[in-house]
Design a protein around this ligand. Structure first.
Ligand SMILES: O=P(O)(O)OC[C@H]1O[C@@H](O)[C@@H](O)[C@@H](O)[C@@H]1O
Length: 398
């Protein structure tokens, strides 16, 4: 173990054996990030029940809004990306994520603002909720019960969906996302139905089971993904807009849990620029020089190389749910795999499964979520405690 600065200790090289020792894994995860992450399916069911108790139907009273703004930061902000992709390119109303305090200047009485904050106290969500109320926009708030966000929603007589707190916020993605989707459903903007929610929850349960700490690395997809990424610079590209939301989420969890630098994005966009990474010193150039007989224990870090994770949508979505023909997305995904292979850059592929957009998204998020935690644990890092985030809050007085 290295005792680093600022009270963080960890291991330079990932301890593979630790991942096959459930006892050691439990000790390395005192806050229970694995357990919190395994509650994703339960979060979907619980949030759907809590949303059913809130009076979301009032949202529809004033008809279809001009625009929907999802205000929040970090994981809360990601819920806006999920809504936008589940609503799809045919959504008649713009869905806009807003990640700073307040709301965009054009927001007014014709619009809906959904303010989201797991703690119920991020300045971004609170500022947006207050601004929405002041400007006469319809407001919905999602977050911790008995929080400042709840009081603002009450003052504004706006629906509030309480999301029980699970520290940290990134372990609450599903609890925060479902109320946002159901608020949008009340507005007639998404088609998510009860069966979609039930199937998504079941998918998350099944993936949590496949990724459980007792499952050995060779049968546990999250452990093998984590071990493949160990020591690399991950690049995570999504083959479709939906898969790109999952890619960005993996960027969040790899950074915050495992503290890995990571490049994420849409493959379509990457294909016109960032794909050049595969040719560089961390990509094809490094692989060309690699001595395949060298002892990996003597690797002094100079051999750091890229590892590509390709999240593929699998071409399962209905043709009218996409903004690009499925065949184009599929060809591009095949192409980048060929490119990686030609350069010796290793590539993991996760392919979406399931019928609805929400379930497919869940199938691309679940295994990577666990992988980020196993990667943290293999490096001796507590995936829950991130001193840098706490220090940022203290130093910037937030
Ligand atoms: O969801 P709330 O509580 O507003 O937090 C928003 C974000 O705040 C940051 O400081 C981190 O803690 C993130 O993990 C979190 O997603």
């Amino acid at each position: 173990m290295i005792d680093g600065t600022a009270g963080v200790s960890g291991r330079r090289d990932a301890d593979e054996a630790l991942l096959d020792n459930p006892q050691a894994l439990a000790e390395a995860d005192p806050g229970g990030m694995l357990r919190h992450t395994a509650s994703a399916g339960a979060q979907v069911r619980e949030s759907a029940a809590l949303a059913a108790e809130a009076n979301l139907a009032v949202l529809a009273d004033d008809g279809r809004p001009r625009a929907v703004v999802i205000a929040g930061i970090g994981t809360a902000g990601r819920t806006g990306d999920v809504l936008a992709t589940v609503a799809g390119p045919r959504c008649p109303v713009p869905i806009i994520g807003h990640r700073s305090a307040g709301v965009p200047g054009w927001v007014g009485a014709a619009d809906v603002v959904i303010a989201v904050s797991a703690s119920g106290r991020s300045p971004e969500a609170l500022g947006a909720a207050e601004a929405a109320h002041r400007r006469g926009a319809r407001l919905v708030a999602v977050g911790a019960p008995d929080s400042q966000l709840q009081s603002i929603a009450e003052q504004a007589r706006a629906p509030f969906i309480p999301v029980p707190r699970r520290a940290p916020a990134r372990a609450s993605l599903w609890a925060l996302t479902v109320p946002v989707l159901l608020a949008a459903r009340s507005l007639g903007l998404v088609k998510v139905n009860e069966a979609d929610l039930a199937e998504t929850a079941a998918r998350l349960d099944a993936d949590a089971d496949r990724c459980r700490s007792a499952g050995e690395s060779f049968v546990n997809p999250a452990k093998s993904l984590a071990l493949g990424l160990a020591g690399s610079i991950p690049i995570v590209w999504g083959s479709s807009p939906l898969a790109t939301v999952a890619a960005r989420r993996f960027g969040d969890t790899l950074s915050a849990n495992a503290r890995y630098p990571v490049v994420t994005g849409a493959l379509g966009e990457a294909g016109r620029g960032r794909v050049g990474l595969l040719d560089g010193v961390f990509g094809g150039l490094a692989e060309g020089e690699r001595d395949i007989f060298a002892d990996p224990a003597e690797d002094d870090g100079e051999g750091t190389r890229l590892r590509l994770v390709l999240l593929r949508d699998g071409g399962l979505n209905a043709e009218d749910d996409t903004d690009e023909p499925l065949a184009v997305e599929e060809r591009r995904a095949d192409a980048v795999q060929t490119l990686a292979e030609r350069r010796g850059v290793r590539c993991d592929v996760v392919t979406a499964e399931g019928g609805s957009a929400l379930e497919r998204l869940a199938s691309l998020i679940a295994v990577p979520d666990f992988a980020s935690i196993y990667l943290a644990l293999a490096h001796g890092l507590d995936p829950m405690a991130v001193p840098a985030i706490t220090e940022m809050k203290e130093l910037s007085n937030q």
